[in-house]
Design a protein around this ligand. Sequence first.
Ligand code: PAF
Length: 284
Amino acid sequence: MIDTVTELDDLRGRVARWKRDGLRVGFVPTMGNLHAGHFSLVKLARARADRVVASVFVNPTQFGPNEDFARYPRTPEEDAGGLAEAGCDLLWMPSVQTMYPFGADGAVQMRVPGIANVLEGAHRLGHFDGVATVVARLFNQVQPDVAAFGRKDYQQLAVIRYLVRELAFPIDLLAGETMREADGLAMSSRNQYLDASARAIAPEIHRTLQAMREAVLAGMPVQQVESGASARLRAHGFEVDYAAVRRDDLAEPGGTASGALVALVAARIGGTRLIDNLEFDARA
Ligand code: PAF
């Protein structure tokens, strides 16, 4: 069974001992309900560090008032078993009180400008401020040398890169590949909200992203690619928040896109909101 700590002093004591022994510490922050995507991040961190800490904390400040904080799946025993198997050394499970000693309303909050406010940020107001708030706290608590995040949350990764650079955290960031089911659906804890009929349709997001890439590579103007992708998803029963083509820094490419690009989709099927993306190169 994996060592689990819930008190900040215990976490700090463990990490300090490792650092005294000259060991590099890797970190994988999560909200639990772990799947193969999370375990691949543990392995990625393991390859670049001597010890790996994973956190499980369902962070209230990154959920909007009408989002799924209360019903977000919590599976601590399965998570602990999977982390041990994946080669994680320590599980950090702070309480809300430990993370936010004066409550969420009394918390010092991050406010991330620019990239945090487009796409996901425009549809989930304050979401990335909450992510940055908790990730900065987690970095401060764990004090890792390296930290791993998944590419599935493309914009989150961009926000965290910005945070690390802006606040000068001495942490190397690692980006893990998106893990997919056999039919292309990106792994996500929220996939378990899908009933059988929504689950059958959900891989259409990945197919749409592939079609967006092919259309850009064929020279179709970005606006047409985006409206075609939204129409395709709607025809399959999705409610679409966005289907967008962006440069890899999330800036709008304009006209006909080239260079390092990413196609991103957020859409709801049967009440479940899914996000996915596909990075590609369209060098002229
Ligand atoms: O990606 C997640 O699971 C969360 O947004 C994170 C990074 C653990 C912060 O709560």
